[in-house]
Design a protein. Structure first.
Length: 141
């Protein structure tokens, strides 16, 4: 049985340049994006917004449209992760998982994404997102 998760691609535009927020995974300390198992009482976007705050201390506006989906293995099962663009409005200094995760903001470039993200499927999604930001200069929210 496939497990469904939702998450965000958190970005911020600073002086006309796009940046991406990444967090560390709890288990292996790899750079990932905020995501989690869907909560029964929440929609996919609401669940993604909650994960962004709990895991990364990020508050923002989430697109109602999935940017992309990738699969991963978690808990011995295939996990399908739907990712929504999130324009970050605020990165708070204290958040629920601060003690177990690190958060960074990196320039949204191929070089930076390839240097940080080790999961090939997630890397592909983030590179595609970076390219779409470069081409359109913005993602509609």
């Amino acid at each position: 049985m496939t497990l469904l998760q939702s998450g965000v691609i958190p970005y911020r535009i600073v002086k006309d340049k796009p940046y991406l927020y990444l967090i560390t995974s709890v288990s292996k300390g790899r750079w990932i994006v905020p995501k989690g198992v869907l909560e029964d009482e929440l929609s996919q976007t609401e669940s993604a917004i909650m994960e962004a705050y709990e895991e990364a201390g990020l508050i923002g506006i989430v697109s109602g449209k999935i940017f992309d989906t990738y699969s991963s293995e978690k808990w011995g099962r295939v996990t399908k992760i739907n990712l929504y663009p999130m324009k970050v409005l605020e990165a708070v200094s204290d958040w629920p998982e601060k003690e177990i995760r690190r958060r960074i903001m990196i320039p949204m470039t191929k070089r930076e994404i390839k240097a940080r993200v080790s999961n090939p499927s997630l890397m592909k999604v983030l590179l595609s997102f970076a390219e779409s930001m470069k081409n359109s200069r913005k993602i509609a929210i």
